[in-house]
Design a protein around this ligand. Structure first.
Ligand code: ADP
Ligand code: MG
Length: 290
């Protein structure tokens, strides 16, 4: 199934002049401007401490930007926060946003199926959600989601008995049950072995392509960004230093980003155009100067 998106559709994610100082004075996000269209799959890269998680948490409305700044965040046309104030109806907006974290965030002692059913609690009457009672249809829907991520067999096991890769797939199944139109995944493969990482990235790619779900995924591994995400946004010290095709990332930019002296990035398969390029784009020049 491929999903066509009307030209007039609002951006899936729109961030304007986002600034965040922490109480200790740290300027963690500096004038971030970005727009992500519905149906895009975008990598967010940057060294540890560059602001990836802080940006994700702002997008989810879990942290407010600087008070009285011009900071604005909209998801699917709905305000998440404006001028440092979280929207009153942020829960409603968040209902359409699936979140996936490095640490899986499942309740270990509960069955996988129950963990996944939680994804649809925002549509459940409060009495039913208190008793944890779900309809047959809801259960069937959750099993279907588990089948899509390849772990229907494990539905009745406690979540804690699953491998890390399987737990992360359950977390993705939860976003499917939630019918999230935007998925924010913060370093979802940072704790996984290469094979599990590959499966998780392939599942994210599939829900992006088949369901038209917008995916923003932060990654420490640049090669994963190159392989799975057509577009990459790179952060350095809280600023966007690159936003463009992943294929146009250069070893120079990557070295500037990660401050590495090694040739670790020279073997990466990057776009031929990028390799042939003599002069850097403004974004690249900025990154190199930083
Ligand atoms: P990343 O996810 O890219 O590793 P983070 O978003 O976690 O980076 O952190 C960005 C910067 O903000 C770091 O310098 C970090 O130390 C700082 N930071 C993050 N959270 C807080 C906080 N609650 N209070 C103060 N500083 C913070
Ligand atoms: Mg982080």
């Amino acid at each position: 199934m491929s999903v066509s998106i009307p030209a007039s559709a609002p951006h899936a994610i729109r961030v304007t002049r986002l600034n965040k100082h922490f109480a200790n004075g740290r300027h963690a996000l500096c004038d971030i401007d970005l727009q992500i269209d519905q149906g895009e799959m975008v990598a967010l890269i940057g060294a540890s401490g560059s602001g990836k998680s802080t940006l994700m948490r702002h997008l989810a409305g879990l942290i407010a930007a600087d008070r009285n700044s011009a900071s604005e965040i909209h998801i699917n046309g709905n305000t998440v926060q404006s001028r440092g104030r979280i929207a009153r109806d942020v829960r409603r907006v968040r209902a359409g946003v699936g979140m996936v974290f490095q640490q899986f965030n499942l309740v270990g002692r509960l069955p996988v199926l129950t963990n996944v059913l939680v994804g649809q609690l925002h549509r459940t009457h409060w009495l039913r959600s208190l008793t944890g009672w779900f309809t047959r249809e809801e259960r069937a829907h959750a099993i279907q989601a588990l089948a899509r991520v390849g772990i229907a067999q494990q539905a009745h096991q406690r979540a804690s008995t699953l491998s890390g890769g399987q737990q992360q797939r359950a977390a993705i199944a939860r976003t499917l049950v939630q019918q999230a139109r935007v998925v924010l995944a913060d370093e979802p493969i940072a704790s996984l072995d290469p094979e599990s990482s590959r499966r998780v990235m392939e599942i994210l790619t599939r829900i992006n392509r088949e369901d038209g779900v917008t995916v923003l995924v932060s990654l420490h591994q640049v090669e994963m960004a190159l392989r799975y995400c057509p577009r990459t946004i790179a952060l350095s010290a809280g600023r966007v230093v690159y936003d463009g095709p992943s294929a146009a990332l250069t070893p120079e930019l990557l070295r500037a980003l990660y401050g590495t002296q090694t040739d670790e990035f020279s073997g990466l398969e990057i776009g031929e155009d990028a390799q042939r390029r003599d002069s850097a784009t403004p974004e690249l020049a900025m990154a190199q100067a930083a």
